[in-house]
Design a protein around this ligand. Structure first.
Ligand SMILES: [Zn+2]
Length: 94
């Protein structure tokens, strides 16, 4: 038994787990420097970049929420206006 040389996951036959074997092959294909540059540019975010990403996701969720509300259709059917009920009550009393 071996521990994967990259992630430390215990393996029976290989020095690399299945996931790290793929990563290793990508490194062999593109070069470890290129792979590291891509990982740093794509995966590592500074605080400003993280805040920006969070705001983009929040805006997207807000837009989807507003869109869902608009798709309900006739709002008087779902959330009846009280003045309409009052008017109906008066008519029924007559
Ligand atoms: Zn691994």
């Amino acid at each position: 038994m071996f521990d994967c040389r990259i992630c430390g996951e215990t393996q029976i036959y290989n020095y690399y787990c299945e996931d790290c074997s793929i990563t290793r092959r990508i490194c062999l294909t593109y070069g470890k420097k290129e792979v590291r540059d891509i990982l740093e540019r794509v995966c590592l975010r500074n605080k400003k970049q993280m805040t920006n990403k969070i705001n983009i996701i929040k805006d997207k969720l807000d837009k989807e929420e507003k869109k869902d509300k608009k798709e309900l259709g006739d709002e008087t059917y779902i959330n009846p206006n009280e003045s309409v009920f009052e008017e109906l009550k008066k008519k029924l009393k007559k």
